[in-house]
Design a protein around this ligand. Structure first.
Ligand code: CA
Length: 231
């Protein structure tokens, strides 16, 4: 999976990008200016940054140079057609790839996956995880249950994928908070429970009549395939 930061000052384009990338299964953050983008690229620790070169305060090229002084986060610069010299300079300054406006969502998604793969970062290559009739595809960020696609939020997806990587094993709430919510010092167990209950509903089951998601009281939760002898 990937968490993408979009730095783009044009609100229409920015919102279109967010929708398109979320549809492709990415978690998306945004920034509307160069300084906000630099700040978010450092503090939010995205997997990849899509950086517009033409920004109102600090242009994208300078943002990229400042970012490269402190971070290796992959960057794809978005350029206008007449900005070829700027694009070439950005590649020299450490951009991993570029994309020329206007571009479609599928093209950007393909570039993002290609960059992450080339850098050996997790995305696009993990095989689908199968637990009973449940298939979790980390590459496509897609889940099907008995062949039917489920509509999950990014967080629900991450939660389910984390459990699906270790089917049959009890995973603690603390681990889930650390791995799925990036809260290594713990947080509210309720957060996990609330998301589990949403996930259950989408899986068509309940805590009282579990099929895949089994809560083990005070310990955690496990994902198992419903067996023929399951109650
Ligand atoms: Ca712009």
């Amino acid at each position: 999976m990937s968490h993408v930061l979009v730095v783009e000052d044009d609100p229409v384009l920015r919102n279109a990008l967010v929708r398109a990338l979320r549809d492709k299964g990415h978690a998306v953050n945004t920034a509307a200016s160069g300084m906000a983008g630099l700040d978010a690229a450092i503090t939010d620790r995205p997997d990849l940054v899509v950086l517009d070169l033409g920004l109102p305060d600090v242009d994208g090229a300078r943002v990229l140079r400042m970012l490269r002084a402190v971070s290796d986060v992959p960057v794809i610069v978005a350029t206008a057609r007449d900005e070829e010299p700027e694009m070439v300079a950005a590649l020299g300054d450490g951009a991993d790839d570029y994309i020329v406006k206007p571009f479609g969502a599928a093209q950007l998604d393909a570039r993002i996956k290609a960059v992450l793969r080339r850098l050996g970062l997790p995305d696009g290559v993990e095989e689908p995880l199968r637990v009973g009739g449940l298939v979790v595809s980390p590459a496509a960020r897609e889940v099907t249950l008995d062949g039917r696609t489920l509509d999950l939020t990014p967080r629900e997806f991450d939660l389910l994928a984390h459990l699906a990587r270790r089917p049959g094993q009890v995973v603690s709430r603390r681990e889930l908070l650390a791995e799925v919510w990036q809260q290594p010092l713990g947080g509210a167990d309720k957060t996990v429970d609330v998301h589990l209950s949403w996930l259950r509903r989408k899986l068509g089951e309940s805590a009282q009549a579990p099929r895949y998601l089994h809560t083990v009281r005070t310990v955690g939760v496990k994902l198992t395939a419903p067996g023929p002898e399951a109650p």
